[in-house]
Design a protein around this ligand. Structure first.
Ligand code: MG
Ligand code: MG
Length: 256
């Protein structure tokens, strides 16, 4: 069942989103050669709890950490540990928190220092795909408009959309209905209405879209060993269009 949020509920999700954006800014600034993914995880836990929130990923479906860190060919759900980040890596940070019972879920890929030109293009294309998806999230459109906006931009640039992991409704739980695929046909699917709160999260592979789950049963890697990239925002739809909740910057950074 899709639940549309009332304005006072969106107000709490806006607070949650702002707090998570602050956390992610701290984490992104930590990405540097020599830093381990578990150091990022500990920093995430600290930054979330300092803000009076709960690190919602901890224990979610049994996830053992507070943050997902996926490096290079790792696609999503990377479990923090001893892995040491190196110059030239693409580091995807995916984080969620619960604030007064309401979720925010967001993430980004950070380039560690200078990355090769293809990696930089992969990052730029994925970020722009999210921006285009957000701008398709307007009342009267359908979820297929979001999916097609993301997919068209990714494929026009020669990259591929990972199919098995999607965006989602969000609110009292991290994953609510509806699913928000990163592919599709405009005009198809659930209608986008004011009060709908969703996370859009394009996951884009440099090469083929296939993925494999590692023996740790969490970490997803690309089937071909090439790199992957990811950006995510939680947004609320109002009469006037999408509002990005998980940002501290101006809406104009993301919304036309
Ligand atoms: Mg999500
Ligand atoms: Mg997420």
């Amino acid at each position: 069942m899709i639940t549309l949020k009332r304005s006072e509920e969106v107000a709490l999700m806006r607070e949650a989103g702002h707090l998570l954006a602050e956390v992610l800014e701290e984490l992104a600034a930590m990405v540097a050669p020599g830093v381990t993914t578990s150091e990022l995880d500990r920093a995430a836990n600290r930054a979330i709890r300092q803000r009076g929130c709960f690190p919602g990923f901890l224990g979610y479906d049994g996830f053992p950490k507070h943050l997902c860190v996926s490096v290079n060919e790792q696609v999503v759900h990377g479990v923090p540990g001893g892995l040491r980040i190196r110059e030239g890596d693409l580091v995807s940070l995916d984080c969620g928190l619960i604030h007064q019972g309401w979720w925010a879920d967001a993430g980004l890929t950070v380039a560690c220092g200078e990355v090769d030109p293809v990696s930089q293009r992969l990052l730029d294309v994925t970020r722009e795909a999210l921006r285009r998806g957000i701008n398709a999230a307007r009342p009267g459109n359908r979820l297929g408009d979001i999916g097609q906006a993301v997919q068209d931009h990714v494929e026009a640039n020669g990259f591929s959309v990972v199919r098995g992991y999607t965006g989602h409704g969000i609110g009292r739980d991290m994953h609510e209905e509806p699913e928000v695929p990163n592919y599709g046909r405009a005009g198809r699917g659930v209608e986008i209405r004011p009060g709908l709160c969703i996370a859009i999260e394009p996951i884009v592979n440099q090469g083929s879209p296939g993925t494999v789950v590692q023996p740790d049963r969490w970490t997803v890697v690309t089937g071909d060993g090439l790199r992957s990239c990811y950006f995510e925002h939680t947004l609320a739809i109002s009469e006037s269009g999408p509002e990005v909740l998980t940002t501290t910057g101006p809406q104009e950074d993301w919304v036309d």
